[in-house]
Design a protein around this ligand. Structure first.
Ligand code: TRP
Length: 382
């Protein structure tokens, strides 16, 4: 059996550096590792509509933004199929059949859905302007359809998606034990360092999110990155440069944990040369040690972080600017990726329907049905 990746994002905004360290960077590495037979990267517009039903324009706008972010971050349409979820109707068919394999109670216990309902402030009321849309409540089932349609073995996602993968695995086991072994149980692939698990916002809040205005976007200019880093929260107890500082829970250090590489100390060492004090660091551990002791100011650390971030983001920005000049190409990539994805999904759907014995008109099946049913009625008539 081959190794297959399926993953994706909701197109509700441009992608930020939380997406990048949480999953996008990993996808590009996996894509280039040559270890996977097929890679499907999905723009989950139908899932985005589950809580944006009245805002289709926003979803449509962001499809191209996310596609630009994907391509500029290094996803290569020669190696990965980039596709649009809503254009694969097979996914909704699978979703419909899987709905019978999941209980309402199980969905109600899903921690991610629970947290997201709370975050969006959906009420308990049956008022259709404030209550929870059914489609939103059920999206873990639709996500199981997304994953299983491609027989994905590997789903590289952030930690918040863990309950979705668990739900998918349960559906696969239930399906296979009920109807026969058709579906593949996927494995989650989490980021490999804890800072990347969930990058906090620039304000230190647990999650980077557009509505909180605490994101650094992949497409931000170098100046915007510098400005946002300047405004970041550090250790509130670190008032004087000479005071000892805290590294744990200090967002600037969390970002450095996620982005800093050994070569950055050679490249950007002059960030630590100042009028009053200068340092020569060779590793992030040395920086942290000095910060804990005191004497290392937030301004120096922030200048270093800005340089480190821009070092990663600069090539991504440059590619984005090129791609923005060729929007027809970006749509052509999505169209081609969508056609490839549909082929794979329709193969799985055919197997699913056969296993469920709802493939009445398939070749050979109809003849057999006619023969059996005719026999039954002719016997009954005798
Ligand atoms: N839920 C994911 C997100 O919010 C998007 C998504 C939809 C997805 N279907 C998926 C991710 C299947 C992985 C696999 O970003």
């Amino acid at each position: 059996m081959g190794k297959i990746i399926l993953t994706g994002d909701r197109p509700t905004g441009r992608l930020h550096i939380g997406h990048y360290v949480g999953s996008l960077r990993r996808r590009v590495e996996l894509q280039n590792s040559g270890k996977f037979d097929e890679i499907y990267i999905m723009i989950a517009d139908a899932q985005a509509l589950t809580d944006n039903a009245d805002n289709p324009e926003k979803v449509r706008e962001n499809i191209i933004e996310v596609a630009l972010d994907y391509l500029s971050a290094g996803l290569d349409p020669g190696k990965s199929h980039l596709f649009i979820q809503s254009q694969i109707s097979e996914l909704t068919e699978l979703d419909f059949f899987y709905q019978n394999l999941v209980t309402v109670q199980r969905l109600q216990r899903n921690p991610t859905v629970k947290a997201e309902i709370q975050m969006r402030g959906f009420s308990d009321s049956d008022d259709n302007r404030t209550g929870t849309p059914v489609g939103f409540f059920c999206y873990p089932i639709s996500q199981a359809a997304d994953i299983t349609a491609f027989k994905a073995t590997t789903v590289p996602v952030g930690e918040d998606q863990e309950p979705m993968i668990e739900q998918t695995r349960e559906i696969v086991r239930k399906f296979n034990s009920t109807y026969g072994p058709v579906l593949v149980e996927p494995e989650i692939m989490l980021p490999d360092n804890s800072a990347c698990m969930r990058l906090p916002g620039t304000d230190g809040k647990a999650k980077m999110s557009k509505s909180l205005g605490n994101c650094i976007y992949l497409s931000d200019s170098a100046e915007e990155v510098a400005r946002k880093v300047k405004g970041m929260f550090t250790d509130p107890g670190h008032l004087q440069v000479s005071d000892p500082g805290k590294v744990e829970g200090n967002t600037v250090f969390t970002y450095l944990d996620a982005f800093c590489r050994p070569e950055h100390f050679d490249k950007f060492g002059d960030c630590f040369v100042g009028r009053k004090a200068s340092f020569e660091f060779h590793s992030l551990d040395e920086v942290k040690e000095q910060y804990r002791k005191g004497g290392l100011g937030d301004v120096m650390i922030k200048n270093f972080l800005t340089a480190v971030l821009n070092d990663t983001l600069e090539p991504i920005r440059a590619r984005r600017h090129e791609l923005e000049k060729d929007i027809p190409y970006v749509y052509a990539v999505l169209k081609e990726g969508t056609e490839a994805a549909r082929k794979a999904a329709s193969q799985t759907l055919a197997e699913v329907k056969a296993a469920m014995k709802i493939n009445y008109f398939d070749k050979g099946v109809l003849d057999e049905l006619i023969r059996k049913q005719s026999e039954k009625f002719s016997q009954a008539g005798q």
